[in-house]
Design a protein around this ligand. Structure first.
Ligand code: AMP
Length: 287
């Protein structure tokens, strides 16, 4: 089946309504395009148990800060369409900025507590932009389930909280981070990295693995776990750390000493040259 491409809210809602009337299950995979195998893994996962998978492509100006890369964010819609089709996606929702934010647009969604630290602290307004656009994409695509990557860990918690608080009645499925064989987390922004920087970027994964090992040895003192990660990141002088932290996986709380029974998440972000990179891994208490 060729990919159905939809540009307007009205047409998207009408298609989703008719699919629901026919008893079809709908999955939504929100993206900003310039798709890679990580995005494809979300679509493939969604295809497994949904009749129709709607991939959305929208580079959302509301979630970019004034000095961020909105203008130069990579775009390649032809290639994206081929990846969606090859992954089994049936529908592409590809609205314009004017369609999403007409001149009289007024509403913003803010998920308060969980947005404050980590990404929220370094990218003011980012999560308001994310929550707002995702709510709008849900309103247009009317999915039963939406798929998100663990790569953006804090984002997954924010979306889950929003769906719960606003009674949206949508299942949120989280898909593990897909990595290059080197360990580098796949990201559309990796295209900004030179070959040399791609090698240097592996320091993030090494630091996460070291933090993970530290926890496996039984340590639950936050400062000790974070120091191990910071020491490894410091071996790459071109990497400027924004945060390298450990938090409770469910709440992102950061007590000085963690309870042994809590799942933890190691989170980090920073700049390699001009490129901002983030990564994380989970440390499950029962593993
Ligand atoms: P983006 O286009 O970067 O906004 O990402 C769209 C979705 O793909 C988000 O839910 C991301 O978390 C997810 N994603 C991005 N990179 C990866 C990856 N390497 N593995 C799995 N999911 C990813």
């Amino acid at each position: 089946m060729p990919l159905t491409i939809i540009h307007t809210v009205q047409e998207m809602q009408a298609l989703s309504d008719s699919l629901r009337m026919k008893g079809k299950t709908i999955a939504c995979v929100p993206t900003m395009g310039y798709l890679h195998d990580g995005h494809a893994s979300l679509i493939k996962e969604a295809v497994k148990n949904h009749d129709e998978v709607i991939t959305t492509i929208f580079v959302n100006p509301m979630q970019f800060g004034p000095n961020e890369d909105f203008e130069r964010y990579p775009r390649d819609s032809e290639r994206d369409m081929a990846i969606i089709e090859a992954s089994g996606g049936s529908i592409l929702y590809y609205p314009s900025v004017d369609e999403m934010y007409p001149p009289d647009y007024q509403t913003t969604i803010s998920v308060s507590n969980i947005s404050k630290r980590f990404e929220g602290a370094f990218r003011p307004g980012h999560f308001e932009g994310v929550a707002t656009v995702v709510a709008k994409l849900f309103g247009a695509t009317k999915p039963h389930t939406a798929f998100f990557g663990q790569k953006d860990y804090q984002q997954t918690l924010i979306i889950k909280q929003m769906v719960k608080d606003l009674n949206m009645g949508i299942n949120i499925a989280i898909v593990p981070t897909l990595r290059e064989s080197s360990g580098l987390a796949m990201s559309s922004r990796n295209v900004y990295l030179s070959d040399e920087e791609k090698k240097q970027a592996l320091v993030l994964h090494s630091a996460l693995m070291a933090g993970h090992s530290k926890i496996q040895t039984g340590t639950r003192v936050r400062a000790e776990i974070e120091q191990v990660m910071i020491d490894i990141l410091a071996t790459c002088p071109d990497f400027t750390i924004q945060y390298a932290s450990v938090a409770e996986a469910e709440t992102l709380e950061t007590p000085d000493i963690f309870n042994k029974n809590k799942d933890l998440v190691l989170l980090m972000a920073g700049f390699l040259g001009k490129t901002r990179l983030i990564d994380n891994i989970l440390c499950l208490s029962k593993s």
